[in-house]
Design a protein around this ligand. Structure first.
Ligand SMILES: [Zn+2]
Length: 101
């Protein structure tokens, strides 16, 4: 997996199975966001999204960043949280804007 730390700084990661919009293969993608804890926390589908300071009940985190492990294409998706549980990633699409630093 591409290390995106230089792009995002500290982030949290949500892993989910996805169909890559570029190569059309079914892959596991780790989508990273700075919207929550920024503690390098790692969530899989079905995990509770919380720590001692913050409980996420329901929400959508937009524009989480990941990359396809097969074709290395940068991807964006929405992290879906419902009833305090990570449900999955929706609206997965190819990231067009980010340039390499
Ligand atoms: Zn791909």
């Amino acid at each position: 997996m591409i290390n995106l730390v230089t792009v995002l700084g500290l982030y949290d990661e949500f892993d989910a199975e996805a169909i890559c919009p570029n190569c059309k293969r079914k892959v596991m993608v780790g989508f990273q966001t700075k919207a929550l804890f920024n503690l390098l926390l790692y969530f899989e589908v079905g995990d509770k999204v919380e720590n001692e300071k913050l409980v996420v009940k329901d929400g959508i985190i937009k524009d989480a960043l990941g990359s396809c492990p097969k074709c290395k294409t940068l991807l964006l998706g929405e992290i879906i949280i419902k009833d305090n549980v990570f449900q999955g990633i929706q609206n997965i699409r190819v990231e067009q804007k980010i340039q390499k630093p």
